[in-house]
Design a protein. Structure first.
Length: 257
């Protein structure tokens, strides 16, 4: 069997003259706030966003070679997926059964505190490339200042400054949360009725199962299916949470006549 789910929501209006407010009694994570914002989907993340040119390039500070000061109270990410789907099936042959569950989440954005922390510590694979050489942040510099005209940034900065420049409360910490997952796999065996014929048993079933065996997340270096805030309304945050564990087990089912 298969399923497909696509949900759309939008905050049409908020009581009073406010444009947005924080979910969960104003709880903030380093200036990053899960929020209800007028005109956006429920649960968007609001925080500090680096300024860009109209065509999307980062504007660089000509004095430091890093980003210009960010603009606060900006929409950073939307944790709501575009759609989700799943496929489950069971194959049977002479007492042997093989079952699986595969699901896919398309879209949705994850605001990560984990990736910036690992980048600044030099613990991600991408930070190992030419790690001692000066680097240039991709972007443009306004020249002359106030003209609205831009030239390509060519200012070199130390590698450590480069990887720390993004900061935690910025749109550089936002990742696409699409993920394909083998959610469950199970292999079972039923003893044939000829074996049970002279016993008080009508069924003996051995089963080996595993959950969360494999996932593929092309746009995030870890498992994007994290929920460090537990059950509730706060979604789309990876606050350096522990990864999901693989689980494996065996079971025995016995039925009597």
């Amino acid at each position: 069997s298969a399923n497909y789910t696509r949900i759309r929501n939008k905050v049409v209006d908020i009581f009073g003259d406010i444009e947005n407010f924080a979910i969960s009694s104003g709880q903030s994570f380093g200036g990053v706030v899960p929020s209800i914002a007028k005109g956006y989907a429920y649960g968007v993340i609001i925080g500090n966003k680096f300024p860009r040119t109209p065509d999307g390039q980062f504007i660089i500070n000509p004095l430091t070679g890093t980003f210009m000061a960010g603009v606060g109270n900006s929409i950073l990410s939307d944790p709501n997926p575009d759609w989700t789907s799943g496929i489950t099936n069971t194959f049977r042959y002479k007492g042997i059964s093989l079952s699986f569950l595969v699901d896919y989440t398309s879209g949705g954005q994850l605001f990560s505190f984990t990736v910036p922390a690992l980048r600044s510590a030099g613990a991600l694979k991408e930070t190992g490339v030419d790690r001692e050489k000066p680097m240039i942040i991709p972007g443009v510099i306004e020249s002359p200042a106030g003209s609205g005209k831009y030239v390509q940034n060519t200012i070199q900065i130390p590698a450590q400054t480069y990887w720390r420049a993004g900061g935690l409360a910025s749109d550089l910490s936002v990742f696409d949360a699409s993920v394909l997952r083998l959610r469950e796999l199970s292999l079972g065996y039923d003893l044939p009725s000829s074996v049970l014929q002279k016993t008080p048993l009508s069924l003996v079933r051995f089963n080996v199962f595993a959950r969360n065996l494999w996932f593929y997340a092309p746009n995030y270096p870890m498992d994007p299916e994290v929920n460090t805030q537990g059950a509730g309304n706060l979604r789309g945050l990876d606050l350096q949470g522990a990864p999901n564990a693989k689980t494996m087990g065996v079971s025995l089912k016995v039925a009597f006549k």
